[in-house]
Design a protein around this ligand. Structure first.
Ligand code: UDP
Ligand code: UDP
Ligand code: UDP
Length: 462
């Protein structure tokens, strides 16, 4: 698109996710949404990727979006002094490599008009985008609710909070107190993990960005979104801009559970997945198998035995035992490897979702109105599970604790599965969340309007 003086009228936006499918996925979706609005898009990805899922997804994304410019950002390897999560090490390595970015992006044509970056790089990105004279937005990969916890995080490690027996914490932006047990433990004892130190070194920079793009929608989080935008969380916080649930882009992936799903009755199958990087303990895997078996419901279980897919080599037989697989052959399938969760959640045979409440999974379940049995394990997931419960999308058994804290037995799991698959009231409420979610992203929906306004505000002035 160009004017008579050949000035481009459309913005040119660069997007830069950090490591992990939970970060890559929303950035790819927003890249595709911008492209559909005729925006020039450059997608920068840290290389080499840690997981095979990331590299496969990036390749297939560019195959179906050849008009989006691909920029590989070569990360200098980093060895932390103490062992940590490999994805968080990659975030740190990417941050430490950012001095290599300016030469890569300063010569892009047409010149960049805006940058959408990951929250984990906010502090180091701001001087770069300032020098280019372009606005920097954070594309947030978690809920507004967790954003309010992030905004409050500098106070969480104070002795009054971290060392006392208080059970609840007042967080600005949330109308009711939240249990201390919903706060990720590393935020209560900072300095010990890269998750906490990355958050600490970036949160104070949030006030300097142009806006925070949120993969959420008014209906789901109106209280918190309104509080942010009325300066009730923090004076001077940038606009929080809900543009979700951000839509999938028709990713072509391995569809192998789908023929099986096609043969199952409507809403009869429970989908079980803990996201791209979370493995249950061996004992918990066995107890979950027992729970699925006892529940009597059909299931599709995507099983992970390790955090990084390239290293996850154990066979199903070894993890589950041959007899379980034999016994449940007619009513369930277990998949090891990547599946297209989007295709599964929108399949008519799927009637429930056991989810770790990674934020992308929550928004995907919301979009399709699938009832969720929340089983949060790490990070922001308990805060996200509170929203699953509050919105009516699903239920959450708080007593199950953080990942690895206790072993939940098969009988208890079976009971909850029965509720999520059989409770008609719950199903009706989840269905309503789905209607609201789809309304937000359709033409003239709240989220669609916010995105259009953001794009408009970024159009180069003639
Ligand atoms: N996902 C998928 N197939 C899989 C595992 C995950 O498509 O086998 C997708 C899922 O739909 C979501 C993302 O990967 O979009 C995972 O992000 P989420 O925030 O749910 O959890 P995380 O993996 O970051 O813990
Ligand atoms: N973790 C995760 N997703 C997150 C944050 C953490 O999967 O969003 C993982 C992370 O890899 C870490 C593990 O959970 O190794 C334990 O982190 P957690 O935040 O639960 O703290 P901890 O159990 O050490 O108190
Ligand atoms: N915006 C919005 N909701 C908000 C705040 C901002 O829809 O709560 C829109 C706003 O209309 C504008 C864009 O987001 O088009 C960027 O907002 P900002 O105020 O940062 O930019 P400005 O309009 O001052 O350039």
């Amino acid at each position: 698109m160009s004017t008579s003086s050949n000035q481009p009228l459309q913005p040119h936006i660069a997007l830069f996710p950090s490591a992990g499918m939970g970060h890559l996925t929303p950035f790819l979706r927003v890249a595709a949404m911008l492209d559909a609005h005729n925006v020039n898009v450059t997608l920068i990805t840290p290389q080499p990727t840690l997981s095979a899922a990331e590299s496969d997804t990036i390749d297939s994304f560019f195959a179906i979006h050849p008009q989006i410019k691909r920029l590989d950002f070569h990360v200098i390897p980093y060895n932390p002094p103490t062992p940590d999560d490999p994805f968080f090490i990659q975030w740190e390595a990417t941050n430490r490599s950012l001095h290599l970015l300016p030469p890569l992006i300063s010569s892009l044509s047409p010149p960049l008009t805006a940058f959408f970056s990951d929250f984990s790089m906010a502090t180091n990105m701001i001087p770069i985008t300032d020098r280019l004279g372009i606005p920097n937005f954070i594309l947030l990969t978690t809920s507004a609710r967790f954003l309010s916890v992030m905004a409050y995080s500098p106070f969480l490690s104070s002795p009054e909070i971290s060392n006392t027996n208080m059970n609840h914490i007042t967080i600005p932006g949330l109308t009711s107190n939240i249990p201390k047990s919903s706060i990720p433990p590393p935020l209560l004892r900072p300095g010990k993990s890269l998750f906490a130190s990355t958050l600490a070194s970036n949160i104070l920079s949030f006030s300097k960005v142009k806006g925070i793009l949120l993969n959420s929608f008014e209906f789901f989080e109106s209280e918190t979104i309104t509080a942010f935008n009325n300066d009730q969380v923090q004076q001077g916080f940038p606009p929080v801009l809900p543009i979700g649930p951000i839509s999938p882009y028709g990713l072509v992936q391995d569809h192998h559970p789908l023929p099986w799903l096609n043969e199952q009755p409507a809403k009869s199958v429970l989908y079980v997945s803990f996201g791209s990087r979370t493995a249950l303990s061996k004992d918990q895997i066995k107890a979950l198998a027992e729970g699925l078996d006892r529940s009597g419901h059909r299931f599709l279980w995507v099983l992970k035995g390790g955090k990084v897919d390239k290293e996850d080599k154990e066979e199903l037989d070894e993890l589950l035992g041959h007899s379980f697989l034999e016994r449940t052959r007619n009513k369930g399938i277990v998949v090891k490897g990547w599946v297209s969760q989007e295709d599964i959640l929108q399949h008519p045979a799927v009637g429930g979702f056991v989810s770790h409440c990674g934020w992308n999974s929550v928004m995907e379940a919301a979009l399709h109105g699938v009832p969720v049995l929340a089983w949060p394990l790490h990070g922001d997931q308990r805060i996200n599970a509170e929203l699953v419960e509050k919105s009516g999308l699903g239920l959450w058994e708080r007593e199950w604790g953080w990942g690895g804290e206790k072993l939940i037995d098969g009988e208890e799991i079976a009971e909850k599965i029965k509720v999520v698959m059989e409770d008609e009231v719950l199903r009706g409420k989840a269905c309503n969340v789905g209607k609201e979610a789809r309304r937000a992203v359709q033409k003239d929906g709240g989220s669609e309007k916010v995105l259009a306004q953001v794009i408009n505000s970024l159009k180069p002035k003639e």
